[in-house]
Design a protein around this ligand. Structure first.
Ligand code: PMP
Length: 406
């Protein structure tokens, strides 16, 4: 009876976008949605993407046909090499299968669906960082998997809570799934160091936990694609079986084109490639009944770039443009707050990495920033640093200074 369906709350971040768009003040600052903005707060089409679009337009084979169920083969293979490394033994040993998905969200969903269908009963717990991208909880819960949380962030020091996380993983039941942010953790902007990743891997190995990597920001942490996949590569080298959700929304600026991939890596064994083939056959069934075949345009753009060494290196330059401007804005914001002698410590703004800063501002501060200063940011105190620029950073610092002093 649809009459009995209760009303669900609006998505907080999309509601924030609507509120921002409806605000007619000249001073509005949008620090909500995690999308790169240029110096003038405008969306940025990457120069490499412009080139790829021109190449595609001129290609006489360019059409709008259906892709195969698993997606564009040249995209899948290049996406696989990008996250695992072109020299990956798992690829050489045919232990990896890849499906093009509806961006990163679709990849998380496809993996979650596979687990919900084939994991032993009772279903394993899915451990998600606290805090995390809020949609993780939603996606795993929606396919009927029980969600638990592991501590990730120390509010007092605004750093990674290594002991909290490792203690929880130590006591997690064998066979549990652990969702790991491959790099540039959303929302905290705080990642484990390589030594901490090694420790996490050791505990997960000993406790037979299953890593599910979410990689939405490759190229945004260090600025280099081949450094930002350290954790994934390390876990593969350690012989784990792994699920990976990969998004090209942020790093190629292809947000609305929904280009992403789900990869499954079987652990090394004599029948690993047969396991991978069987998993791929089941993913085909799931993909067919969910979306039939994935969208073509974004995957074609990504494929042109990923398969051309010259464009690939130009893309790395674009990534440095984005990550460089974000870093510069972190520094400017910190300098402004220092200059105003804003109460509190603000080192975390420059120490955190990736697209976001977890400012530590309270929901009351966030509310006042919106009502009084027309600054739009997530309730959690997370800001998308790319929303700052030379024109608004001093204004935002003044606004923060004002609300924290009250
Ligand atoms: N995972 C994380 C951690 C994210 O932050 C995002 C985007 N906000 C995604 C996945 C998925 O993004 P998309 O579906 O746009 O690729």
């Amino acid at each position: 009876d649809p009459g009995k369906i209760p009303a669900a709350p609006n998505d907080p971040l999309y509601s924030l976008v609507s509120a921002y768009e409806a605000d007619t003040s000249a001073d509005t600052v949008d620090l909500g949605v995690g999308a790169y903005r240029d110096e003038n707060a405008k969306p940025w089409i990457l120069p490499t993407v412009r080139k790829a679009k021109a190449i595609l337009e001129k290609d006489p084979r360019h059409d709008h046909e259906y892709l195969p169920i698993a997606g564009l083969p040249t995209f899948n293979s290049a996406a696989q090499s990008l996250i695992l490394g072109a020299d990956s033994v798992a690829i050489k040993e045919n232990r990896v299968c890849s499906f093009q998905t509806i961006s990163g969200t679709g990849a998380v969903h496809l993996g979650a669906l596979l687990i919900s269908k084939f994991a032993p009963r009772p279903s394993p717990d899915v451990y998600i960082s606290s805090p995390s991208w809020p949609i993780h909880d939603q996606v795993f819960t929606n396919v009927g998997l029980p969600v638990k949380h592991y501590p990730y962030f120390r509010k007092d020091t605004k750093t990674f809570d290594v002991s909290g996380m490792t203690q929880t993983l130590n006591s997690a039941p064998k066979g549990s799934i652990v969702v790991l942010h491959a790099c540039a953790h959303n929302p905290t902007g705080v990642d484990p160091t390589s030594d901490e990743w090694i420790e996490i891997a050791k505990i997960m190995k000993a406790n037979e936990l299953f890593p599910f990597f979410d990689c939405a920001y490759q190229g945004f942490a260090t600025g280099y694609l081949s450094q930002d996949n350290f954790a994934v590569r390390y876990f593969v080298e350690q012989g784990f079986q792994i699920a990976i959700a990969q998004s090209f929304a942020k790093n190629l600026g292809l947000y609305g084109e929904r280009a992403g991939a789900f990869h499954f890596v079987a652990s090394p064994s004599s029948n690993a490639s047969s396991t991978t083939n069987r998993v791929a056959s089941q993913l085909s069934i799931l993909q067919r009944s969910e979306i039939s075949s994935p969208p073509i345009y974004g995957a074609q753009i990504a494929s042109i770039i990923l398969n051309d060494p010259q464009l690939l290196s130009e893309w790395e330059t674009d990534l440095l443009t984005m990550s460089g401007r974000i870093k510069k804005m972190r520094k400017c914001l910190k300098e402004e707050l220092d200059r105003l002698q804003t109460p509190g410590t603000w080192d975390h703004i420059v120490n955190q990495i990736g697209m976001f800063s977890f400012t530590g501002l309270s929901p009351a501060h966030v509310h006042e920033l919106r009502e009084k200063w027309h600054v739009y940011m997530a309730e959690t105190g997370r800001i998308s640093v790319a929303g700052l620029n030379d024109h608004n950073v001093a204004y935002f610092a003044r606004a923060v200074d004002n609300v924290v002093r009250r």
